[in-house]
Ligand binder design. Structure first.
Ligand SMILES: Cc1ncc(COP(=O)(O)O)c(C=O)c1O
Length: 479
């Protein structure tokens, strides 16, 4: 068999595939229920990792796949508590695997009949949970970053006082957003050419929520400066703290000023599926557009993002490009998704969500949210009981920030940075760090279904013990 036909040989694929699924199932078993040896991350400095890969020459596929497994962070590990990337349900990973081999594009219906149709089906199933009626619509796109810029481009097309798409503009447009919003909103504004003046950061209150009482003043000031405010973006929740903005108040403000209201619910949108936590999204039905990352809180692999619109007609106004070789006309067609998405070729994302919805029902998404958010409440209570720890705010989601604290320590930022670094190097846990009002905090996201109270207790013990030892060594140095 020639090289190319060998590469596509169905029987080799069958054999390799069975071996790979066996290896992944074994890996999953150990990762979900690890022994003391199984680290979350086997940390290496980037240059050392590069060196390791550049001297690896095996052609044995089992060895290649196994090395990838061993050199990757284990997101399913109960002591993975880092960034908001979920541990995908194996079933959703299988759907992604199927999608990878089928490789249907999705810009045009013919190139993705199943996945294009399922995008509409899923948005139709979900939209009423977000407070939208029959006019609601949307599609899937490649990540929260792309969804947010797509929504803001749409806002510009709908709200700008001139035809920016056709004629460009010299006018200064702007967006108002909380100072705690994800950086991609700032990036989107700058990509759109509005510069630093185009992003008006609204301070947060002591709960880290956008101060909606400052919207009116900022709006008037921008107007006096000759800017046209296009939109207000609410965070649900914001990335660093996991705190939801008051969506009801932002929505009411947008209605009163005829502004586009976009919600970046990349992380916490799925709380609408939980009876207990849906109050956090109260007011989301007022939004003109909502970003929801299914690869954060819906147990599917990335990138899988939904962008919902309150009025389907708006979603066709974002791009008005003619591509007759693809679509043959400029009419709104729900099934030719490339008319509304940033991407041309797109992954078959919808099938990953569909397989979970179809086999476990919609409430499984709410159950997952409740499990993770409840655990965060427990974590916070444990922090309050530990005198060497403090938290900046009570969590509202599964993101919990805290730091090692003692009043006889001159540099708490330095000590917390060192704690985080030590934890990364040891690899028993994976947590990250953030800066809030100039204080460094350790930041966790409880997102693995295997994480339980005992893992949180272990983390607390670990942080306090590392913090004490760094502090005591420093004291000795000074002496
Ligand atoms: C609130 C929020 N918006 C947007 C993003 C970016 O999403 P993605 O990584 O899917 O592009 C994140 C990622 O953490 C986020 O937390």
């Amino acid at each position: 068999m020639s090289g190319i036909s060998q590469l596509f040989d169905p029987e080799s694929f069958r054999a390799e595939g069975h071996k790979m699924v066996d290896a992944l199932a074994d890996w999953l078993k150990v990762t979900l229920n690890p022994d003391a040896e199984t680290k979350v991350i086997d940390w290496a400095e980037p240059d050392a990792e590069y060196q390791d890969w550049s001297t690896f020459h095996s052609k044995d596929t089992e060895a290649i796949f196994s090395k990838i497994l061993n050199r990757s962070i284990r997101i399913h590990h109960p002591q993975y508590m880092g960034h908001q990337v979920c541990a995908p349900a194996p079933l959703a990973a299988l759907a992604a695997f199927e999608g990878a081999l089928l490789n249907n594009g999705g810009a045009v219906f013919e190139m993705g009949q199943a996945s294009c149709t399922l995008e509409k089906y899923l948005i139709d199933r979900f939209k009423s949970w977000f407070g939208y009626d029959d006019k609601g619509d949307g599609f899937f796109t490649s990540g929260g970053t792309i969804a947010n810029i797509t929504a803001l481009l749409c806002a510009k097309s709908v709200m700008a006082e001139e035809d920016v798409w056709e004629k460009g503009t010299g006018r200064q447009y702007a967006v108002m957003v909380s100072e705690e919003a994800h950086y991609c909103v700032d990036r989107a504004v700058r990509i759109m050419g509005w510069g630093r003046e185009g992003i008006i950061l609204i301070p947060v209150d002591e709960q880290y929520k956008m101060r909606t009482d400052l919207l009116e003043n900022n709006f008037n000031k921008a107007k006096e400066e000759g800017k046209q405010i296009i939109a207000v973006v609410g965070s649900a929740p914001s990335t660093a703290t996991g705190i939801y903005d008051n969506l009801l108040e932002i929505g009411a403000f947008c209605r009163s000023k005829n502004l586009w209201f976009h919600i970046d619910a990349a992380h916490g949108g799925p709380s609408v599926f939980s009876e207990k936590y849906k109050f956090l999204m109260e007011g989301c039905g007022l939004a003109d557009s909502i970003t929801v990352d299914a690869h954060k809180m819906m147990m599917v692999p990335g990138l899988t993002t939904m962008l919902l619109f309150r009025d389907y007609r708006h979603s066709y106004q974002t791009f008005a490009q003619k591509a007759h070789y693809l679509w043959g006309n400029d009419e709104p067609e729900w099934y030719n998704l490339g008319k509304r998405t940033m991407e041309c070729t797109k992954l078959m994302m919808s099938i990953r969500v569909y397989v979970i919805l179809q086999t476990y029902g919609i409430h499984i998404f709410g159950e997952f949210v409740e499990y993770c958010y409840d655990l965060a409440g427990l974590f916070y209570n444990l922090i309050l009981q530990q005198p060497r720890l403090e938290a900046p705010v009570a969590p509202e989601s599964n993101i919990v920030c805290f730091r090692y604290y003692r009043d006889d320590c001159a540099d708490l930022n330095e000590i917390n940075q060192k704690i985080r670094r030590r934890i990364l190097e040891e690899g028993k846990f994976y947590i990250v760090q953030t800066r809030l009002k100039d204080k460094v905090f350790l930041r966790t996201t409880l997102i693995s279904p295997a994480t339980g109270a005992k893992h949180i207790e272990l983390l607390i013990r670990e942080v306090v013990s590392i913090g004490d030892s760094i502090f005591e060594n420093k004291e000795n140095e000074i002496i």
